[in-house]
Ligand binder design. Structure first.
Ligand code: LLP
Length: 387
C-alpha cells in the first residue's frame, strides 16, 4: 500500500502523475538477479516498458543491460550509462539512421527480424567498415495465452523469421561479409502467467538451435526475450513475480551448448508493480444505472485499460467511508475514456485521490497529449520530498 507519508505529499502535488517506489523496484531486481545468476543467465531491461530516468538509473546500477526497439532508446541507454556491449536492439522496422546509431555505438546485438533487414544491416555496416553482430529473431509459433494485442510469436505475426525461411537466411548470412551471426532471438508475447508456455518455448529453442548447429553456426548466445506477467488483481500480495519458477522453467528445459550465454529481456516483471498512477476526483455524476467518478487523469495518461481491456486495481487514498459502486472515467472527449466499470470504492468526494496500481510498465511510456492535455509527469520515492 502507498504509505501515509507519501499520501500526505501527494496531496500537495498537481495531479495526475505517476509515482515510482524505488525501494520496491530494488527488491524486485534483487529477487530477479538472485534467481537468474545461479544459472549464469544475463538480464537486459526492455526500455519500452519504462524509460523514466530514475527507474533506468536504478536498473543500470545493478549491472543489467538494455533491450531497445528504436534508435532513440539506444541513444538513451548509452546516455544513461548502460554499457554498449550490453545493449540489444530489436524491432521489425529499423531505419537506416537507427542502424547507423547502433553501429556507431558498437552495441551487443542487432536482433534482425527479416532477411531484407539483414541485407540492409550488412550494407550499412560495409559502408562504415564494420561487422555488425546479428541475432536472428525467430518466430517459434507458440501461443503465449495472453491478450491478442500482446501476442508476438504466432506464425502470422509480423515479428521474427519463420522456419520455412531458415535455409535462405542461412545461405544469405554465410555470404554477407559485414555481419556476424552471434545468436538467435525469441520473444513470444507479454503478460504471460502460465509458466508452461516458457517450458514450451525452451523445447522449441532446443529444436531450432540444433538446426543452426547442423548448418554450421556456432551460436554464442540465445535470447529468449521477456514476457513474464505480473498480478494485476492482487498487486500488494504479489508485488514480486515468481522469478524462481520462471528461470527454473528455462534451466530445466533449455539445453545450452558449451560456453553459450542465455539472455533475457525483462520489462513488465521488473517495473510493473513499482509504479502508481495518481489521479484526483473532479466530479460525481449520476448515470442511468451507475454513478460516475470523473477524475482528472485520462486515457491519454494511462491507456492500458482502453487499449487492452486491462484492469488496474484502484484504491482510494483519501476516503474510508462505506463502499459504493462507481464507473471511474476520465475527462477525454471519447466514450472509451473509461478506466473501470462497477468498481467498489469507499464513498468518494471531490478532491479525493485515487491510486491505480501496477502502473510501472507500459503506462507512462504510452502517454500522449491527446486533447492538448499536458504530458503527464512522474515522481519517485526519492524525488518526491524535494518537490
Ligand atoms: N523483448 C521484446 C522484443 C519485446 O517486444 C518486449 C515487449 C519485451 C522484450 C519485454 O516484454 P515484457 O517482459 O515486458 O513482457 N504495451 C503492452 C505490452 C507490449 C509488449 C511489447 N514487447 C501492454 O501494456 O501490455
Amino acid at each position: 500500500m502507498v504509505s501515509q507519508e507519501y499520501t500526505q505529499k501527494f496531496n500537495e502535488l498537481e495531479t495526475p502523475f505517476y509515482f515510482y517506489d524505488l525501494d520496491l523496484l530494488k527488491s524486485t531486481i534483487e529477487v530477479a538477479l538472485n534467481a537468474s545468476s545461479k544459472y549464469g543467465y544475463i538480464l537486459h531491461f526492455a526500455l519500452k516498458a519504462n524509460n523514466n530516468d530514475a527507474v533506468l538509473e536504478t536498473i543500470r546500477e545493478f549491472g543489467i543491460g538494455a533491450d531497445c526497439v528504436s534508435g532513440n532508446e539506444v541513444t538513451k541507454s548509452v546516455n544513461m550509462g548502460f554499457p554498449p556491449e550490453k545493449i540489444a536492439f530489436a524491432g521489425v522496422g529499423k531505419t537506416d539512421q537507427e542502424i547507423i546509431t547502433g553501429l556507431e555505438n558498437n552495441i551487443f546485438s542487432f536482433n534482425c527480424e527479416s532477411l531484407h533487414e539483414i541485407e540492409v544491416v550488412n550494407e550499412i555496416a560495409g559502408q562504415m567498415n564494420k561487422v555488425a553482430p546479428v541475432a536472428i529473431r525467430i518466430n517459434p509459433d507458440i501461443d503465449p495465452k495472453t491478450h491478442k494485442f500482446i501476442s508476438t510469436g504466432l506464425k502470422d505475426s509480423k515479428f521474427g523469421i519463420n522456419h520455412w525461411d531458415f535455409d535462405e537466411v542461412a545461405e544469405t548470412v554465410k555470404s554477407l561479409p559485414n555481419i556476424k551471426l552471434t545468436g538467435i532471438h525469441f520473444h513470444i508475447g507479454s503478460q504471460i502467467t502460465d509458466i508452461n508456455v516458457f517450458e514450451q518455448l525452451s523445447l522449441k529453442v532446443n529444436f531450432i538451435q540444433d538446426w543452426f548447429d547442423k548448418n554450421g553456426f556456432a551460436l554464442e548466445h540465445i535470447n529468449v526475450g521477456g514476457g513474464l506477467g505480473i498480478d494485476y488483481s492482487a498487486p500488494e500480495e504479489n508485488s514480486i513475480p515468481d522469478f524462481e519458477a520462471y528461470f527454473a522453467a528455462f534451466h530445466n528445459n533449455l539445453k545450452l551448448k558449451q560456453g553459450q550465454e542465455l539472455h533475457f529481456e525483462l520489462g513488465r516483471s521488473l517495473v510493473g508493480q513499482c509504479g502508481y498512477f495518481i489521479t484526483k476526483v473532479l466530479y460525481l455524476k449520476k448515470g442511468l444505472s451507475t454513478e460516475f467518478l470523473i477524475v482528472d487523469g485520462g486515457m491519454n495518461d494511462l491507456l492500458r485499460p482502453m487499449l487492452y481491456q486491462a484492469s488496474h486495481k484502484i484504491s482510494s487514498l483519501s476516503s474510508t467511508g462505506n463502499d459504493k459502486v462507481y464507473d471511474v472515467v476520465g475527462p477525454v472527449c471519447e466514450s472509451t475514456d473509461v478506466f473501470a466499470r462497477k468498481v467498489t470504492l469507499p464513498e468518494s468526494k471531490r478532491g479525493d485521490l485515487l491510486a491505480f496500481h501496477s502502473a510501472g510498465a507500459y503506462c507512462e511510456v504510452m502517454a500522449s497529449t491527446y486533447n492538448m492535455r499536458s504530458l503527464v509527469t512522474a515522481y519517485n520515492s526519492n524525488s518526491i520530498f524535494e518537490e
